[in-house]
Structures are given as structure tokens and as C-alpha cells.
Design a protein around this ligand. Structure first.
Ligand SMILES: O=C(O)CCC(=O)C(=O)O
Length: 203
């Protein structure tokens, strides 16, 4: 199965995936609000570029990142330890909006800034032990549209991809992180910056 989703309407879409619970809200924030939030985040967030070590080789991470939270819990992945800063006004506004929609209270937000089509996020699952079992991840996108790919961990025939649009929300729950990997691939298309926020519960 390889259904490419390119939503053209505003109501939530449940992605047709087994072993997963993924819902996409194309226009969670309206265009004007999303643009204001994108611009505010681009300038107010303390963006950093870390080195990552994969299979013993060290590279600059192909995007900028930041971690914000309402506790001091760190987040470790790919040999990086991130230390959170306190939520900003804009982050609290976004967090409240997604908490109202999802009925989940998040502690932390990992942000990614993809500067252009060369920036990417390789295949992974959000399954670090500090996220607990069956983590709920609320992923908000602002700026340039980018494709988000899923592949099933054991059944190679199962794939899915969805275009993450300006102002959208993607909610991942249940067995999604246990059974699927996801990525934001590089693109050869000339694209501008995109900011992604993944709200999580980090204990
Ligand atoms: O940029 C995205 O939409 C994905 C971000 C992501 O997978 C992550 O931060 O773990």
C-alpha cells in the first residue's frame, strides 16, 4: 500500500495505516495566525546546530533544533543531550491550542528549523525511553510545505506519505512509534524555511 495524501480540504484526516493512529488537521491554525507564529518563532527561538553521531561518524545535524519545556527534563537522541529552556509566550499559545484539541497535557516541545531543501530529518521513531510507552506526539508545521514519510518497521510493503502544510497539526498516538519509522527527506525543489514543533510528554 502506498497512498500519497495531498489534502485539499480542511477537516481532519485519519491516515489509513495499520499498527498506528495518525490524524492530520490541515488548517489547525489559519493562514494569518500561522504566518505570525512562523515569523515570531524564527526570530525568538534559541536555535542551535548540534553534531550527531551515527554508526560512529559525526556530522553537523542537517537542521537547527531547540528544546523548550515546563520542567528541567533533558531529551537524549543520536548521542545528543538537549537541555530545555522555559516555554516562550508563543509556545504556550500553541501548546494551549493543541492541548484543547487533543485533551493531552504536554511538558516539552522539540523544535526543528529546516532552512531549505537540503535540511532533513532521517528515518527514526520517537521511542526514547523518557517518552514512555505509546507516546503521544503532536507535530505542528509552519512555513514551507514538506513531505513526511512513514515506513512500517517490519512489513516493507507498508508505506505512507503526507504533505505537512503551513498551520497544520499531525497527531501520532497508539503503536505509531513502536511499529513505524518516519522522516522528512531532502528535496531538490527550491524551498524556503519550515519550522516544526513536536510537543511531547517527557518525564
Ligand atoms: O519535521 C517534522 O515534521 C518531523 C520532526 C520529527 O520527526 C522529530 O522531531 O522527531
Amino acid at each position: 500500500m502506498n497512498l500519497d495524501l495531498f489534502p485539499s480540504h480542511d477537516s481532519p484526516i485519519t491516515l489509513p495505516m495499520i499498527d498506528a493512529e495518525v490524524t492530520y488537521f490541515p488548517q489547525f491554525f489559519d493562514h494569518t495566525t500561522a504566518t505570525q507564529l512562523f515569523e515570531a518563532l524564527q526570530s525568538s527561538i534559541a536555535w542551535q546546530q548540534d553534531d550527531i553521531t551515527i554508526f560512529g561518524k559525526t556530522y553537523p545535524q542537517p537542521r537547527l533544533t531547540a528544546l523548550y519545556a515546563n520542567n528541567s527534563n533533558t531529551y537524549r537522541y543520536s548521542n545528543i543531550t538537549m537541555y530545555p529552556k522555559t516555554f516562550t509566550e508563543e509556545l504556550l499559545y500553541i501548546k494551549n491550542a493543541i492541548q484543547n484539541a487533543s485533551a493531552v497535557t504536554f511538558t516539552s516541545c522539540l523544535l526543528n528549523l529546516y532552512r531549505d531543501g537540503n535540511d532533513s530529518n532521517g528515518w527514526h521513531a520517537d521511542n526514547e525511553k523518557e517518552l514512555g510507552t505509546q507516546p503521544i506526539i503532536a507535530s505542528v508545521s509552519f512555513g514551507e510545505d514538506r513531505w513526511f514519510h512513514f515506513k512500517h518497521k517490519t512489513n516493507k510493503a507498508l508505506k505512507q506519505k503526507i504533505l505537512l502544510q503551513h498551520g497544520s497539526l499531525l497527531l501520532m498516538r497508539g503503536k505509531t512509534q513502536e511499529c513505524w519509522l518516519h522522516q522528512i527527506p531532502k528535496t531538490k525543489k527550491k524551498v524556503g524555511p519550515r519550522i516544526n514543533l513536536t510537543f511531547r510528554i517527557i518525564r
